[in-house]
Ligand binder design. Structure first.
Ligand SMILES: Cc1cc2nc3c(=O)[nH]c(=O)nc-3n(C[C@H](O)[C@H](O)[C@H](O)COP(=O)(O)O)c2cc1C
Ligand code: SF4
Length: 438
């Protein structure tokens, strides 16, 4: 195990995670003692437009994967249109490897509740929803308790803190489908329909929940709002890089000594994160990793010093995504890992569009063939051709994301595929898995 050097420890910037280890951190009493609801008091004295400007000035970008500028998104909500406005928090967190929103809601649910109230006030919403995935029972329980505590203390409901502002907040549990994390499928699911993506335009900013102007933001995005209100835009920008401001929760999993959440200024490298996490497990050497969940192209050991911000990861040919850093070693097989992810995408494909529904079905079968020792060289071309027909041709990002590990593993680890095809690696799957594969 490596002990982090002081200069690497200094890379930790706990802002969203700062209360997580406090006793009873999820209770309103603890929260109030540790700055809790001070930002709300400040925000309610400001004009909503000034809050939107503050978030624009901070450079905050969405933490749900795409990194869209949050202040800009809030600014798209038409004002004075006479329609109800909604804030919907995306707490679905279904991306494999991602583990930042659920711990946040479990340990510090009031940070999210306070962020919801401020964001709703800024976009002039009087009703907000938190859509949390169905399996997250413990986090949902904590969240519901926090919402009740906030109502009891007058932070939610009518005439919040005597400001004249009213807000109702509903915590809604989904049924547990990855596609319901896609924002328009989430809105359909929230309205009681089967969760499938909507055609865009129109965008949620004008035709979102119940065809009304809606902001959909990730948990981490909204929980970042109270610290920005308290600390100011310049303080927020003092962390991170020029175009990727602020701290970020990196969730590390896999072959490392101390898996978990590490909140650092954006732009930290995997080399530094590994040092913070105690290094690779004994006997393991880094071979491949995802910078932001399984929908992001794999990176290899040569990318240890890539700055993990939106621009740095893009320049290395991948996507920052959800900063879910899954670490694999020389004892892991990139072909098998990709196959397991494809099984996931095939299972979670909602079936609405042909490229994703059919493409993932067939790619799973090609992988089974390769892993059972019956693959051919032609299979590799078929995989690339199938990805070509999914990427950019699917109705939503699930299809695109499914191709990431296929194309990137073929780019960096083609030899591993050839070793199965040419008989140098023993088959990992039995022939029984090939029923219907040809
Ligand atoms: C298949 C799929 C799953 C997604 N899952 C999530 C999710 O679980 N949580 C999330 O915040 N965003 C998820 N997103 C991204 C959302 O569609 C949306 O961009 C995000 O909630 C916007 O919030 P942000 O601007 O604060 O990042 C997903 C996107 C796709 C295509
Ligand atoms: S890409 Fe996949 S998940 Fe998205 S709409 Fe098409 S079938 Fe559904």
């Amino acid at each position: 195990m490596t002990t982090p050097r002081p200069e690497t420890l200094a890379k930790l910037t706990p802002v969203l995670t700062k209360r997580w280890l406090s006793p009873d951190a999820w209770r309103i009493g603890t929260y109030e003692q540790l700055d809790g609801y001070a930002a709300l008091r400040k925000a309610l004295k400001a004009h909503p437009d000034d809050l939107i400007q503050l978030i624009k000035d901070s450079g905050l970008r969405g933490r749900g994967g795409a990194g869209f500028p949050t202040g800009l998104k809030w600014g798209f909500i038409p004002q004075g249109d006479g329609k109800p406005h909604y804030l919907v928090v995306n707490a679905d967190e279904g991306e494999p490897g991602t583990c930042k929103d659920l711990p946040l809601m479990t340990h510090d649910p009031h940070a999210l509740v306070e962020g919801v109230i401020i964001a709703s006030y800024a976009i002039r919403a009087s009703r907000a929803y938190i859509y949390i995935r169905g399996e997250a029972v413990h986090a949902a329980r904590r969240l519901r308790n926090a919402v009740q505590e906030a109502y009891d203390k007058g932070y939610l409901g009518r005439n919040i803190l005597r400001s004249g502002y009213d807000l109702e907040l509903v915590v809604h549990s989904g049924a547990g489908a990855y596609i319901c994390g896609e924002e328009t499928a989430l809105l359909d699911s929230l309205e009681g329909f089967r969760g499938q993506p909507r055609l865009r335009p129109p965008f949620p900013a004008t035709h979102g929940l119940y065809a009304s102007p809606t902001v959909v933001n990730n948990v981490g995005t909204i929980a970042s709002v109270p610290p920005i209100v308290l600390g100011g835009a310049d303080w927020w920008k003092s962390m991170g890089t020029e175009k990727s401001s602020g701290p970020m929760i990196y969730s590390l999993s896999g072959r490392i000594v101390n898996p978990g959440q590490y909140e650092c200024s954006m732009g930290v490298t995997l080399r530094e994160l590994l040092e913070l996490a105690g290094g690779m497990q004994p006997g393991h050497n880094l071979r491949f990793w995802t910078p932001g969940g399984s929908s992001t192209p794999l990176l290899a050991a040569e990318h240890l010093d890539v700055p993990l911000d939106f621009e740095g990861v893009a320049a290395a040919g991948s996507i920052l995504g959800t900063t879910a850093t899954q670490i694999f070693s020389d004892q892991d097989c990139p072909v098998y890992a990709t196959y397991r992810w494809l099984e996931f995408y095939h299972h979670e494909s909602c079936g609405k569009c042909t490229p994703c529904r059919e493409g993932n079905y067939w790619m799973v079968r090609v992988y089974r063939r390769i892993l059972a020792g019956q693959g051919t060289h032609e299979d590799l071309d078929t995989l690339l051709d199938t990805c070509d027909n999914i990427l950019g041709r699917s109705f939503c990002g699930l299809g695109d994301g499914a191709t990431s590990s296929v194309t990137s593993s073929l780019k960096y680890f083609k030899q591993d595929y050839l070793d199965y095809i040419e008989g140098r690696t023993a088959p990992k799957l039995s022939e029984k898995t090939l029923v219907g594969a040809h």
